[in-house]
Design a protein around this ligand. Structure first.
Ligand code: PEP
Length: 270
């Protein structure tokens, strides 16, 4: 069975290094007994290095929230893959809907970033997902497939094993800037199951069955303690990317515990 991956995306919600350190320390201590689930947090860039020091001897891993596709140069406001590695990141989140839909990041740019991260051995959490309007217009399959094919352009079978796909329907992400005027709610288990199956089938078709079976596809969009079980029980869902609920151990750790419980009887985990 694929090992569950639970990631916490702190976005721009944690403002000081001190607060980030405290939150990371509390989360790390509440997951000491977690054996079967991989867990990361993605703090803002300013606190990555300090957080890494705090959690160095724990099971918690860290991720960058984005990066540039060029290693070094005159790129105001950007961060290099080399800086993420220097800070101790194990993962980078790429293609999140906020940089895509608020700041206009394109599939082509994301593709360059994916290739750069892979070149340096950084694992990629590649986010894809349709808006409410695209879903209403019946474009869910088309949008997700084109995001996959354009963002994964030039990625080899071996490299794909370093990628985790995060299916994050934009309409389910708890962010009013992304979803002005619509009621934000998590995907139902039926909606999530069907999208995850579609994504896995796409990977099977383009990269072959073994990689289709191997790759982890995690769900993101208003995941919380109250809906985590019904989502994580779905065969094609291999974890969660969690925004709001990852900001405190109180709301984050129970989700990790649910994933641990669901994998407790599985003998072999990759
Ligand atoms: C996200 O932004 O990746 C996310 C899933 O946020 P939330 O859990 O707050 O909806």
């Amino acid at each position: 069975m694929r090992r569950f991956l639970i990631g916490g995306n702190w976005k721009m919600q944690v403002l000081t290094v001190d607060d980030a350190e405290k939150k990371a320390q509390t989360i790390a201590s509440t997951i000491e007994n977690i054996k079967r689930v991989e867990v990361f947090i993605a703090p803002p860039f300013n606190s990555l290095f300090n957080v890494k020091q705090i959690i160095a001897k724990t099971k918690l891993r860290i991720a960058g929230q984005n990066m540039h596709y060029i290693e070094q140069g005159a790129f105001t406001g950007q961060i290099s893959v080399l800086s993420l590695l220097d800070a101790g990141c194990n993962y980078v989140i790429l293609g999140h809907s906020e940089p895509r839909r608020i700041f206009g990041e394109s599939n082509q740019t994301i593709n360059l970033k994916v290739l750069k991260a892979l070149q340096h051995g950084l694992k990629v959490v590649l986010c894809i997902g349709e808006t409410a309007k695209e879903r209403e217009e019946g474009l869910t399959r088309e949008i997700n497939s084109s995001q996959l094919s354009e963002c994964l352009f030039g990625v080899s079978d071996e490299e794909l094993k370093k990628i985790i796909i995060a299916y994050e329907p934009v309409w389910a992400i708890n962010n009013p800037y992304l979803n002005p005027g619509i009621e934000i709610k998590p995907a139902t288990p039926t909606q999530a199951a069907s999208a995850h199956k579609m994504i896995r089938d796409w990977i099977r078709k383009e990269f072959g069955n073994p990689i289709g079976e191997w790759i982890r596809i995690i769900y993101g969009g208003s995941m919380s303690q109250s809906n985590a079980r019904e989502l994580l029980e779905i065969t094609d869902i291999d974890g969660g990317l969690i925004g709001g609920a990852s900001l405190t151990a109180e709301s984050f750790t129970p989700i990790i515990q649910i994933a641990e419980e669901l994998s407790k009887d599985i003998e072999e985990l990759r």
